[in-house]
Design a binder for this molecule. Structure first.
Ligand code: SAM
Length: 276
């Protein structure tokens, strides 16, 4: 690509849509660093969510075998025609990724990584869709707002720890691999970002994932109540049964849900199963 991306955007008369989370990356060092951190190798397929002006798409396509990039904003088509010209291993799909049927989409792929600078307004639903429903995804390497990154990777008992942390831990090991200042985006957002890496297949073992989800949501639904109260209210067990369940799991009767590790949520859901 000969011409600078900002010039191409201007020449195509593109106007940024804040409501679509359009904060693009143009910094070359940042682009190569995301590609390297993703762990995707030459023979891999990568799915990108939010092609934008195609800068990350291009950097990925120069390394991996195939890139499938989803973009909801069709007005980026003329920009992408120029920024992705000459690349034969890129497919741009103009679709809302939240509406994609993952089962159907995965049929033609053996496995894939997701690498993306995610649109901030839908970060959580996008991540949860992949964590809960993907079967062939090997991992994610995603740029998110720093505050979200801290939540995704929080330890039990901290203020950042929440239902989303425990849900992601079921499927993946998550870590912050890079902090990124807001000055590196165009246009510049109000907050800093961070790149989070999810390694799928390194989560915790649980016999009933939907029940685990219900337990986690019950525990965090009323954060200020004790776990015992939340179990009584959400699972229709008696107070005595709730105490029995907690004792069987070796959990303090006065504990609040937010202090439990994902592994403790897993053993709690396995024991609750015997009572409901
Ligand atoms: N990858 C580009 C980059 O790093 O410069 C763009 C990243 S920008 C933060 C997010 C992009 O996602 C925007 O281009 C936006 O239009 C697109 N987008 C927003 N919601 C989307 C959705 N539901 N599905 C697919 N793309 C979406």
């Amino acid at each position: 690509m000969e011409t600078d991306v900002k010039t191409i955007l201007a020449e195509c008369g593109f106007s940024f849509k804040k409501q679509l989370g359009q904060n693009f990356i143009t910094d070359k060092n940042l682009l190569s660093s995301i590609v390297a951190l993703s762990g995707a190798e030459e023979g891999d397929a990568v799915v990108e969510i939010g092609c934008g002006a195609g800068t990350l798409t291009r950097a990925l396509a120069q390394k991996v075998k195939r890139v499938i990039s989803f973009e909801v904003d069709k007005s980026l088509a003329p920009v992408l025609e120029r920024t992705l010209s000459g690349l034969e291993n890129v497919e741009v799909v103009f679709r809302d990724f939240l509406k994609v049927d993952l089962k159907e989409f995965e049929k033609e792929l053996e496995s894939y990584y997701v690498v993306a600078n995610l649109p901030y307004y839908v970060t959580t639903p996008l991540i949860m869709k992949l964590v809960e429903s993907s079967e062939k995804c090997k991992g994610l390497c995603v740029m998110v707002q720093e505050e979200v990154a801290d939540r995704l990777c929080a330890s039990a008992g901290t203020a950042d720890y929440g239902a989303i942390t425990a849900m992601c831990a079921l499927r993946a090991e998550c870590s912050i691999v890079k902090r990124v200042p807001c000055t590196l985006f165009t246009p510049r957002p109000n907050v800093d970002s961070a790149v989070v890496k999810f390694t799928f297949g390194k989560g915790i073992a649980v016999s009933d994932a939907p029940l685990y989800k219900k337990v986690v949501h019950a525990a965090f639904g009323s954060r200020r109540k004790t776990l015992e109260n939340n179990l009584v209210n959400s699972f229709g067990v008696s107070r005595q049964q709730a105490q029995e369940i907690l004792t069987k799991c070796g959990i303090d009767l006065k504990a609040r849900g937010e202090t439990l590790t994902p592994a403790q949520f897993a053993s709690l859901s396995d024991v609750i199963k015997e009572y409901i």
